[in-house]
Design a protein around this ligand. Sequence first.
Ligand code: G3I
Length: 344
Amino acid sequence: TGLKEAYKDRFLIGAAINTAIASGKHPDITEIIKRDFSSVTSENDMKWGSVRTADGGWKWEAADHFMNFALQNNLHAVGHTLAWHSQIPQSVFKDRSGEYVKPAELIKKMEEHITTIVGRYKGKLQAWDAVNEAIGDDNQMRKSHYFNVLGEEFIDRTFHLAHEVDPKAHLMYNDYNIERPGKREACVEMLKRLKKRGVPVHGLGIQAHVAVDGPSIADIEQSILAFAELGLRVHFTELDVDVLPQVWNLPVAEISTRFEYRPERDPFKDGLTQEMNDKLSSRYEELFKLFIKHKDKIDRVTLWGVSDDASWLNGFPIRGRTAYPLLFDRKHQPKDAYQRVLAL
Ligand code: G3I
């Protein structure tokens, strides 16, 4: 037995899956998912840019593969995402001359988009990361195209539309760095405004792209408490643990702008040192201890991928870098971190 069995009375344990996994191209990963995970999230295949063609039509193949994978393996399934400023064509927001479209036009496009995709998977997907990353790194509402055209109303509209189409779907607001003070408070304030306006938001997704040495367990715990206090279910939606930025001791944003990948600077290009592997395992253990402590508030903990070879962090914040953030290694074998999480 694996994680799925060990965590069945605590919370759902999930993994984001990519197009190849969802279409059954990695049978060994499929077996891992059947044994260890009770939930899956679509890593890319349900984003606007993935399901829409350039002329505004639809392409469903990859999204349907994801849905079928979840149904066949009896997995709780999370759709990702209905409104996000990234992986969406500019033409949704701007006309040919580069001017923003009128609010009514964007609303119409959102209506068509959300009604169609939520309707297609109604009763099959249990939850949606409805709105993703609406708060910026300055802790203000992000000045995305959505926001510039509609203001905060784009958030209200997204939740209302999804809820009307599939009243049983669990709808979440999802963001990163909200396990840290600053952005946490901004998020709490935004959620309060949404609740006051009667927006049907049911859950809060803390992405949790964390590092070996931060944010602190105390900070993460404060976020769990703050969001639960608003009456929302808490989800950890994109958990992974990075080892690299700490080595260079610089903030991620600075690394991504200042560094080209140079293998000689990457101490882990051929594998993790034992010391760093131990740190990674301990970090996973302390995180899951915290999650278990608050299992009454937490519905689900989802990792952003199954094995290190398929992690988005391999190209971020430095193109070409090698990343080790997940519970299974590049040969798809369980890591020490997996054993530690399993043993709790
Ligand atoms: O599918 C194309 C492929 O046809 C093409 O040949 C290839 C060449 O670049 O690109 C492929 O698309 C890539 C896609 O991942 C699938 O692999 C995109 O370039 C790449 O940008 C995209 O990255 C995804 C990223 O979101 C996009 O912003 C990552 O896989 C995905 O893990 C990441 O996930 C996000 C969440 O949605 C939101 N929270 C943060 C998280 C991590 O950035």
